[in-house]
Design a protein around this ligand. Structure first.
Ligand code: CDP
Ligand code: CDP
Length: 222
C-alpha cells in the first residue's frame, strides 16, 4: 500500500529482541513496535476482570468488553487498556505466568496481528515478537531471529532484577498450534550469546544491507 518497510525481529524470551529493536529503530528513525506488550495487555485484562486465561471462550468474550488501543509515542509503540497505559505493570510476575496462555488463543492473535499490520500505515517499523517474520509480515525481506543460550537468557533476566522463567514461556510459545515461535522462512539467525548489544545491532544492519535496504535508510545509521 505504500513504500514503508518492516524489519521483523523474532526470538525466545530475553534474547535481547526489544533492546536491539529499540536501538536499531532509534538509529534509523523508524517506529519500534513491541508486540509482546500487546499480549501482555490482554493477560493483564484477564487479571483485572477475574478471567481464567486458559478459558478461551471467556478470554474471547473479554476482547469485546475491553478496549485495546495501540499507538505511538516518541517513535515507540504504546498500548492502552480502556484508555490506560499500564507501563511496568505489564512486566509483573502474574502477567508473565498468564501471557503464553492468552497468546495461544487464535482469536486473540487475529485481533493483535491486524493491529500490528496497521502500524505500517504510520511509517516504517522495526517490530519484535514471536511471529513477525512468519505471520505478521511474511513477505518482508528484512527478517531475523535473535537467539541466545538458555543460561545467558536466564542471566540477562536476572540482571534486570525481574522474576521470570523465560524458558518456561518459550516451551509454551513453541508448542502451541496457533503461530508458534519458529525461525521464519528466510530469517537470518543471530546467536547473541557472546555478543553485546552493539554487535547485534551491527549484525542486524548487515542483514538490511545484504537484503537491499535503501542507501538513504542505511546512511542514517552512520
Ligand atoms: O520480553 P519477553 O521476551 O520476555 O516477552 P514478550 O516479548 O514481552 O512476550 C510476552 C509473551 O507474549 C510471549 O512469551 C508470548 O507468549 C507472547 N507473544 C506472542 O505470542 N507473539 C508475539 N508476537 C509476541 C509475544
Ligand atoms: O526482548 P527480549 O525479551 O528478547 O530481551 P530484552 O528485554 O531486550 O532483554 C535483554 C537484556 O539483555 C537487556 O537487559 C539487554 O541489555 C541485555 N543484552 C541484550 O539485550 N543483548 C545482548 N547481546 C547482550 C545483553
Amino acid at each position: 500500500s505504500n513504500s514503508n518497510i518492516a524489519v521483523a525481529i523474532d526470538g525466545p524470551a530475553a534474547s535481547g529482541k526489544s533492546t536491539v529493536a529499540k536501538t536499531l529503530a532509534k538509529r534509523l528513525g523508524l517506529i519500534m513496535v513491541n508486540t509482546g506488550a500487546m499480549y501482555r495487555a490482554v493477560a493483564w485484562a484477564t487479571i483485572q476482570h477475574g478471567v481464567d486465561p486458559a478459558d478461551s471462550a471467556a478470554v474471547i468474550n473479554l476482547l469485546d468488553r475491553v478496549d485495546f488501543t495501540c499507538g505511538v509515542e516518541n517513535n515507540l509503540s504504546t498500548v492502552l487498556v480502556d484508555g490506560v497505559d499500564l507501563g511496568d505493570a505489564l512486566r509483573q510476575d502474574a502477567v508473565n505466568s498468564r501471557v503464553s496462555k492468552v497468546a495461544a488463543i487464535s482469536e486473540v492473535r487475529e485481533l493483535l496481528v491486524s493491529m500490528q499490520r496497521d502500524y505500517l500505515e504510520l511509517g516504517s517499523v522495526v517490530m519484535e515478537g514471536r511471529d513477525i517474520g512468519s505471520v505478521v509480515f511474511p513477505n518482508t525481506p528484512f527478517k531475523m531471529y535473535i537467539d541466545a543460550s538458555e543460561e545467558v537468557r536466564r542471566k540477562r533476566r536476572a540482571a534486570e532484577g525481574i522474576i521470570d522463567d523465560p524458558t518456561a514461556r518459550d516451551k509454551e510459545d513453541s508448542k502451541r498450534k496457533s503461530s508458534p515461535l519458529v525461525i521464519a522462512e528466510g530469517a537470518v539467525v543471530i546467536d547473541s550469546s557472546e555478543m553485546d548489544v552493539e554487535q547485534v545491532v551491527q549484525a542486524a544492519l548487515t542483514v538490511l544491507r545484504e537484503r537491499g535496504a535503501s542507501e538513504e535508510l542505511l546512511a542514517k545509521a552512520n
